[in-house]
Design a protein around this ligand. Structure first.
Ligand code: HEC
Length: 137
């Protein structure tokens, strides 16, 4: 019974992933002291499930455009957030993102984000830099 329910969404997610993989990085944006380009390399681990482009349909995970400063579990998201994320009562700041991305399942037990995390602190810092700068590549 479960088999019949799950396939359409997954096929769509796969197509969206392929589309995202085709986008080409443009020249460096914004003058910032943190390393957006290093962050972009780490972001590739996220991009199979997330987009950070504004006004495009979310993938299997929610759209992360403008995530810094946003309350967890509040953006429009067609699949719907887990009860855990909705109840997490977190605002996404560099500090809370760092904690979540180090170990998603430990920080928000019951999250639907099935991802092991980014264990390297420098990689997380670069990734959070990337997410904070509104870069969409
Ligand atoms: C396997 C797919 C997958 C991968 C890979 C993934 N995520 Fe997620 N992410 C999700 C899903 C699904 C959710 C929704 C979680 C929930 O509702 O509990 C989510 C939620 C989030 C949220 C909370 C968003 C909000 O508005 O509250 C953040 C932040 C986030 N992910 C960041 C990342 C980053 C950064 C990476 C890369 C290091 C990443 N994710 C990798 C699937 C994924």
């Amino acid at each position: 019974m479960l088999n019949t329910i799950r396939s359409t969404g997954q096929a769509l997610a796969a197509v969206l992933c392929l589309a995202a993989a085709g986008t080409t990085p443009a020249a460096a944006d914004s003058a910032s002291t943190c390393d957006v380009n290093a962050g972009l390399r780490v972001w590739r681990q996220c991009a199979s499930c997330h987009t950070n482009k504004p006004d495009v349909q979310d993938k299997s995970g929610p759209n992360l455009h403008g995530v810094v400063g946003r309350k967890a579990g509040t953006v429009a998201y067609k699949k719907g957030f887990s009860a855990a994320m909705r109840a997490a009562n977190l605002v996404w700041t560099p500090a809370t993102l760092d904690r979540f991305l180090a170990d998603p399942a430990k920080t928000v037990p019951g999250t639907y984000m099935v991802f092991v995390g980014v264990p390297d602190a420098a990689e997380r810092a670069a990734l959070i830099c990337y997410l904070s700068n509104g870069v969409t590549r």
